[in-house]
Design a protein around this ligand. Structure first.
Ligand code: PEP
Ligand code: MN
Length: 279
């Protein structure tokens, strides 16, 4: 790992905090929420207002969808980005959206506050270099087949191009288990905190593929020390055009946010109390 000059901690103790329009990722616990895909203005605005009311810090939504099958919904593209921009303007929430093609990076930057690199593109080196030149923070998901070391090298590609604002996201890896969509590697949280100085989020939606598992995995992520969560929310999950089994209703999301908030406060108090007892 000696070549990983920028992605690793290299003896430094200070963690990187990434400011996204005033949202301090790596300092405060943050939650990004929104639909898997931008399907319409109505669906996106309704979700944006509801997740904002529940306490979300940023809005997510895919306009370019990297789908396994070429025959399923591929996203609204530019029209989707314009809808996200409107939702952001009306709610004040910064927008996180995926970019899949190096040629799109410069103009997607005009609509997005954070550029997401999806699991399938973690080792798309042309794309990593391009977002490394961009003037926007990057949310880099772990490849579903990638080791932590490979993930660190992908981070290095972005940092090496001059973009220091990289947020990590563990979204589950492929194992022999098929009951869940992926296997959530919660140990990636303490591991990447040890190895890297960058903030790490958990995506329980893609990790499990099951709405009923989002809550326990979100709470486990808080306890394991994650810097935040990215959660899929849809006004009518059963009718979603993508990932319909794993999206939460706005009502369920609101309940979950209450529990997350209480658990975050509990952990802060626990750390303070134990530190006091030790000194
Ligand atoms: C997404 O967040 O919309 C997505 C496609 O996730 P992943 O790349 O983790 O599958
Ligand atoms: Mn999805």
């Amino acid at each position: 790992m000696e070549q990983l000059k920028l992605a690793t901690r290299n003896g430094r103790h200070q963690r990187t905090v990434i400011d996204v329009n005033g949202v301090k990722v790596g300092k405060d616990f943050i939650v990004i929420a929104g639909p898997c895909s931008v399907e319409s203005e109505e669906q996106t605005l309704e979700t944006a207002f509801k997740v904002k009311a529940a306490g979300a810090h940023m809005l997510r939504g895919g306009a370019f969808k990297p789908r396994t099958s070429p025959y399923t919904f591929q996203g609204l593209g530019l029209q989707g980005l314009k809808i996200l921009e409107k939702a952001s303007r009306l709610t004040g929430l910064p927008v996180v959206t995926e970019v899949v093609d190096p040629r799109d990076v410069h103009w997607v930057c005009e609509f997005a506050d954070v550029l997401q690199i999806g699991t399938r593109n973690m080792q798309n080196f042309a794309l990593l270099k391009e977002v490394g030149k961009a003037n926007k923070p990057v949310l880099l998901k772990r490849g579903m087949y990638s080791s932590l070391k490979e993930w660190l090298y992908s981070i290095e590609y972005i940092l090496n191009e001059g973009n220091p604002r990289v947020i990590l996201c563990e979204r589950g890896i492929r194992t022999f288990e098929t009951y869940t969509r992926n296997t959530l590697d919660l140990s990636a949280i303490p591991a990447m905190k040890e190895l890297s100085h960058l903030p790490i989020l958990i995506d329980p939606s893609h990790a499990t593929g099951r709405a009923e598992m989002i809550e326990p995995m979100s709470l486990a992520a808080v306890s394991a020390g994650a810097d935040g969560l990215i959660i899929e929310v849809h006004p009518d999950p059963r009718r979603a055009l993508s990932d319909n089994a794993q999206q939460l209703t706005p009502q369920h999301f609101e309940q979950l946010m209450k529990k997350i908030h209480k658990l975050v406060v509990f952990h802060q108090r626990l750390n303070l109390e134990v530190n006091e007892e030790l000194t």
